[in-house]
Structure formats: structure tokens, C-alpha cells
Design a binder for this molecule. Structure first.
Ligand code: NAD
Ligand code: IPM
Ligand code: MN
Length: 361
């Protein structure tokens, strides 16, 4: 098949990890006989430097012509002045909003091969396979705010309508139906009115999914359960802010923040695919970043936007195999392991992907 993919490398390690994911996509094209057209555009701090805005109109325009968008990360010290009028992160939020990408899917699984050096005990990591469904275009990120405060007071507003909760809840219930039939909805209904609306709406939607076992978990307790007994979770549904925080926490289960992919989707096939991590200024430019989160985001792109399940499986299997064979970037090593660089790690993934069809596994 043919497809047009826009890359938005962004800032910090963004360009490094997107380069690697593109190499993987090119290998997939060669092996399975597809043709991708790539076009690169700007977002974030690098866009501010050139155009004065973090999401230039031209970037939106080219994304509108695409089947899917692959993004690295935005942000960095250079653009972090709290009094700055434009910030890199605004561009990403605008992009998500422009395409109404209200559902952010963040799968988390623990890799047995990485258990040895995981911060959590290996027995806690058995059977960890969680899908976070994070609401992405409403909530406190998009509520009314006083941008700079009024001198000695500032505020952001967490607001949800029943419609906004209902549509993300349906995504989560449907995912649970395809998985192990369990849904944990995260809220703070004991304190926040908006979260009581969240819980009430999720309960109403649950009537349409009698085959899904629903539980409500308060966000503070959820943060604890995720480390204490992560195997209890199947699908976790959360609002924009809680989902952001809990998924970074859950990345520890996978071994590193650098491991987790995400898909930001709406009701069509179009999607924005991005690792969950940021621009990691502390390690940028050194070829040591873990490209796995972006490579697995490319796999999600293949599956969701292009409908190519076998190709997505092949990428995920290649990552599994490379980790099982002992390849580790610096974020994954223990004291006795020798890390390999970003490019070398991807080289190993490409080797696994180049095995002719039919001879994999
Ligand atoms: P971060 O996710 O960039 O980094 C947190 C820590 O994880 C750092 O120690 C970093 O080195 C490490 N890390 C992250 N990704 C890694 C990878 N692929 N391989 C190895 N180690 C990795 O978070 P931060 O430092 O709090 O934020 C830096 C900037 O990134 C900020 O400007 C923030 O707004 C931005 N950010 C952007 C996105 C995005 O574009 N989607 C997401 C999160 C943060
Ligand atoms: C993420 C990031 C973004 C978010 C920021 C950079 C706007 O943390 O993608 O997880 O909070 O959604
Ligand atoms: Mn985040």
C-alpha cells in the first residue's frame, strides 16, 4: 500500500528517536512491499525559533494531507521561561485539539528480559499488560485560565461535559471488550465536582457494556496500586492530567520512560503517534536515548492508521527479540551491562525485521 506520513521531530532527543522510527518504517516498507512518502514539518521550540510560533500554519496544512503523523517531542530549557508568551508545549496541545485527537492510547507492558534491573521486584511485574486510555483534548489542559495570573493569583479550570466523558469512556469500554474485560476508571470524585460528573457518566455508559467489569479507583490510591499490584489492571481510563501523570509512573513497569509509545486518535483512521516521554534535554545529542517508545509508536501507526496488523506485529516482535537478546540502551542497564547507542539499538531491530517473511520466530 501507499501512505503519506508526516514527521514532526521537534526538540531535544525528538529528532534522534524519530530518525530511528523512520528507519524502522522504511524497513517495514521494503520487507512487506509498501511505499511510504515522508514529509517533515516543524513543531515546538525549533518552530518558535524560525517562525515565532510553536505550531506554524504550514505544519497543520501538511498534517491535513497525511494518513498519519509521527512526532518526537517538544520543549527544552531555551523555551522554558515562565513569562514567555509562546511555549513549545502549546503547539502540541493545539495540534491534538485541531485534529480532535481526544483519545490517547498508552499501552504498558513489562518485559521479562528487563526484569533483572527493574526498580520493582520481578514477581510484581508478572502479567503486567495495561492500556491507559487518557482523555486528551479537554479537562484542565483546556479549561479557562488566567494565563499569567493577576499578580498574586493564577488558576486553571478542570471542566468536563458529559459528552466529553462519554466518548472517551466508550473508547475505554470497547478496548476492554477486546482485551480482558476489565476497566478501572480513575477519578477524584471524593473531592472534585467535575470528577463526580466523570464517575456518574462512566457509570451511565457502563450500562451498554455489561460484559466489562468496571471499578472506580481514586487517583491517589491508583498511583499506589500501580506499583503495589500492577497486574490487577487491564484498561485504565483517566482524564487528561491524571492520565499524563499515571502513565509516566507506569513507565517504570516497562523498564524506562523511553519504552512507552502512544497513539492519539479520534473517530477516523488518522492519528498522531508519539512516545510518551519528553525532549530529555539532559541526554539530547549524545546518541544514547532509547528509541523504543517511538519505534513502538510507529507500530501503533501501522496498526491503527494503516490497518497493517502483521507489519505492526513484526515491529513489536523485533523489539521483544532485541531486548530478549540482551540489547540495552543506557536507561535500561544494570551495573554489569554495557549499553549500546540509539542507532546501534535500532540496527538490531532492523536485523530482526529483515528476516524474510515466514521465517520469523
Ligand atoms: P522527559 O520525559 O523529557 O525526561 C524525563 C527523564 O527521562 C530524563 O531524565 C530523561 O533523560 C529520561 N528520558 C526521557 N525519554 C528518554 C528516552 N527515550 N531514553 C532515555 N531516557 C529518557 O521529561 P522532562 O525532563 O520533565 O521534560 C523535558 C521537556 O520535555 C519539557 O520541556 C517538557 O515540557 C517536554 N515534554 C514534552 C513531551 C512531548 O513532546 N510529548 C512530553 C513530556 C515532556
Ligand atoms: C505528554 C506531555 C504533554 C502533555 C506536554 C508536553 C504538553 O507531557 O505528551 O505526555 O502533558 O500531554
Ligand atoms: Mn506527559
Amino acid at each position: 500500500m501507499q501512505a503519506k506520513i508526516i514527521t514532526l521531530p521537534g526538540d531535544g532527543i525528538g529528532p534522534e528517536v524519530v530518525t530511528e522510527a523512520v528507519r524502522v518504517l522504511e524497513q517495514v516498507a521494503a520487507r512487506f512491499g509498501h511505499t511510504w512518502t515522508f514529509e517533515e514539518a516543524q513543531i515546538g521550540g525549533c518552530a518558535i525559533d524560525v517562525t515565532g510560533t510553536s505550531l506554524p500554519d504550514e505544519t497543520i496544512r501538511v498534517c491535513e494531507t497525511a494518513d498519519a503523523v509521527l512526532l518526537g517531542a517538544v520543549g527544552g530549557l531555551k523555551w522554558s521561561d515562565p513569562t514567555a508568551a509562546v511555549r513549545p508545549e502549546q503547539g502540541l496541545l493545539q495540534l491534538r485539539q485541531h485534529f480532535d485527537l481526544f483519545a490517547n492510547l498508552r499501552p504498558v507492558k513489562a518485559y521479562p528480559a528487563l526484569a533483572q534491573h527493574a526498580p520493582l521486584r520481578a514477581d510484581l511485574l508478572q502479567n503486567v499488560d495495561i492500556l491507559f486510555v487518557r482523555e486528551l483534548t479537554s479537562g484542565i489542559y483546556f479549561g479557562e485560565r488566567a494565563e499569567q495570573g493577576d499578580g498574586d493569583r493564577a488558576w486553571d479550570t478542570m471542566a468536563y461535559t458529559t459528552g466529553q466523558v462519554e466518548r472517551i469512556a466508550r473508547v475505554a469500554f470497547e478496548a476492554a471488550q477486546r482485551r480482558r474485560g476489565k476497566l478501572a476508571s480513575v477519578d477524584k470524585a471524593n473531592v472534585l465536582a467535575v470528577m463526580r460528573l466523570w464517575r456518574r457518566t462512566v457509570n451511565e455508559v457502563s450500562a451498554d457494556y455489561p460484559d466489562v467489569a468496571l471499578e472506580h479507583v481514586l487517583v491517589d490510591a491508583c498511583a499506589m496500586h500501580l506499583l503495589r499490584n500492577p497486574g490487577r489492571f487491564d484498561v485504565v481510563l483517566a482524564g487528561n492530567l491524571f492520565g499524563d501523570i499515571l502513565s509516566d509512573e507506569a513507565s517504570v513497569l516497562a523498564g524506562s520512560l523511553g519504552m512507552l509509545p502512544s497513539a492519539s486518535v479520534s473517530t477516523s483512521r488518522f492519528g498522531l503517534y508519539e512516545p510518551i516521554h519528553g525532549s530529555a534535554p539532559d541526554i539530547a545529542g549524545q546518541n544514547i536515548a532509547n528509541p523504543t517508545g517511538t519505534i513502538l509508536s510507529a507500530a501503533m501507526l501501522l496498526r491503527h492508521s494503516l490497518g497493517l496488523d502483521a507489519e505492526a506485529d513484526a515491529v513489536e516482535d523485533a523489539v521483544d527479540n532485541v531486548l530478549a537478546a540482551g540489547a540495552r540502551t543506557a536507561d535500561l542497564v544494570g551495573p554489569d551491562d554495557t549499553p549500546i547507542g540509539t542507532t546501534a539499538f535500532t540496527d538490531r531491530v532492523l536485523e530482526h525485521l529483515s528476516v524474510p517473511i515466514g521465517q520469523v520466530d
